[in-house]
Write a protein that binds this ligand. Structure first.
Ligand code: NAP
Length: 423
């Protein structure tokens, strides 16, 4: 008979599901700085549907989306769900997990209780007729991000996912390493491999913004694994070595330039000339970092407003600027003359489909992509690590949180059961 609730790390018998669980969750009355927005509470373990899987969470990954969830901006995720009829007045975030399949719905055949898994964060209606007709699920209206747009993410002892979200945990990785890479890795994989006509190829020059960050550290390695030449852009020389070790052929310090932000109006001659001077200087810095006079065939974008005018300007003829975020703002301005005459592509991209999630998982299993786990936090520090991210004071690479795994370095259930808790 399962207990009503288990302490963190007090592992129930395989398959025994308690009524309640601990979560580090957000409530609307706490919206604001992540340090205050997250708090430990106990809540019911979620019910699962016929194609759902309940995962016992060993470790959770940390992503920017739950900084936004904590702030209640740009979307109030709880209000958005309540509008759709969901009743919970709290948000359990967390869009990356490693753990163990603890219970499966009656129609699940792809995983079984006891499987050690990592989870990707793309959810959609498996009965969507567009998906049945072969459309990419990420391009259908039913698509949502688990642990951001859905409740019951990985900042809790149990998380509810759809069966297709589960992928084999790379056996050589610890729980915390395994929890660190999927969201950013699969996003970067789709950006670089998902857009036919501009798929990363051997010899391509690739410009990567925020290259020491979560997305950027994955993008460098994915580009390298494809035989391309990644050039990293970072905000300080202290990050140069890190990017080179991951495979960057050269690194640029964005703080050597000051033409960032929205493009001045083309009729404002003086301001436009000044901007153009900065953009051309940046283009030259790219050639120097690459070691030859070749422009990027792919620009890997996510800062958005501050950088996109430069991204579109320096992108090669027929090349693609692929963007998945607007961290610095949402107004994308560009000089259309360069865009149409040089026949460039500005492509939006958002997370990944099952094949792309498998693509990054296979690269990790093959040892071609490192999860770049930089720092591990205790469950009680869920707010603190999001606060670091909010202030851009987080370490290079990725962060993870120990949930039911109470000690670092553990790789499977039997090791974890046997390990004494370190806290
Ligand atoms: N749509 C999706 O599917 C998806 C998936 C993952 C992430 N995202 C979004 O992508 C963004 C980045 O995520 P992440 O996990 O890579 O975050 P991250 O680890 O914080 O990396 C972002 C990097 O951006 C750089 N940056 C900050 N201000 C900048 C500026 N003014 N100009 C140029 N670069 C700047 C910083 O590097 P330097 O200071 O070194 O330049 C920082 O390391 C977030 O907004 C996140 O929500 C979207």
């Amino acid at each position: 008979m399962p207990k009503e609730i288990y302490d963190l790390g007090e592992i129930p018998d395989l398959g025994d599901v308690p009524e309640r669980m601990f979560a580090e969750l957000i409530r609307p009355e706490r919206y604001g700085e992540p340090n205050e927005a997250f708090a430990r509470e106990d809540v019911p373990v979620p019910e699962i549907g016929p194609r759902d899987v309940l995962v016992y969470v060993m470790a959770a990954g940390v992503n920017y989306n739950n900084v936004w969830a904590a702030l209640g901006l740009p979307v109030d995720v709880i209000a958005a769900r309540q509008k759709k009829g969901e009743k919970e007045d709290f948000h359990i975030g967390g869009s990356d997990a490693s753990g163990i399949v603890w219970k499966v719905g009656k129609d699940v055949t792809s995983v079984k209780v006891g499987d050690e898994v990592v989870t990707h964060c793309g959810v959609w209606d498996p009965d969507c007729p567009l998906i049945a007709a072969g459309k990419d699920p990420m391009l259908t209206p039913t698509q949502l991000i688990w642990g951001y747009e859905t409740n019951w993410g990985s900042f809790a002892q149990f998380t509810k996912v759809q069966d297709h979200q589960c992928l084999p945990k790379p056996p050589e990785l610890s729980w915390e390493d395994a929890a660190a890479y999927m969201l950013v890795g699969a996003t970067a994989y789709r950006m670089l491999h998902g857009w036919a006509g501009n798929v990363v190829s051997p010899g391509d020059a690739v410009l990567i913004w925020g290259a020491a960050g979560g997305l950027g550290s994955m993008a460098i390695q994915i580009a390298k694994a494809a035989g391309a030449d990644p050039v990293a852009v970072v905000g300080g020389e202290d990050k140069f070595e890190y990017c080179k070790k991951l495979g960057a052929v050269g690194v640029i310090n964005r703080r050597d330039f000051n033409h960032w932000g929205m493009l001045p109006h083309w009729k404002d001659d003086a301001a436009y000339r000044e901007w153009m001077g900065g953009a051309k200087k940046f283009g030259k810095a790219f050639w120097e970092a690459l070691g030859e006079k070749r422009s990027p065939s792919i620009v890997f974008e996510h800062p958005g407003e501050a950088t996109i005018p430069t991204s579109v300007f320096v992108c090669d003829t027929g090349g693609m600027v692929v963007i998945c975020a607007g961290t610095t703002g949402y107004n994308a301005t560009l000089d259309l003359r360069y865009h149409w005459m040089r026949q460039k592509r500005l492509q939006g991209s958002h997370f990944a489909n099952d094949d792309q999630a498998k693509g990054i998982n296979d690269l990790v299993i093959a040892g071609k992509v490192d999860p770049c786990l930089a720092r591990v936090f205790d469950f009680s520090e869920t707010g603190a690590c999001h606060q670091l991210m909010r202030e851009n004071r987080h370490p290079n690479g990725n962060m993870a949180i120990l949930v039911n795994a109470r000690k670092r370095g553990l790789k499977n259930l039997s090791e974890t059961r046997a390990a004494p808790s370190s806290s």
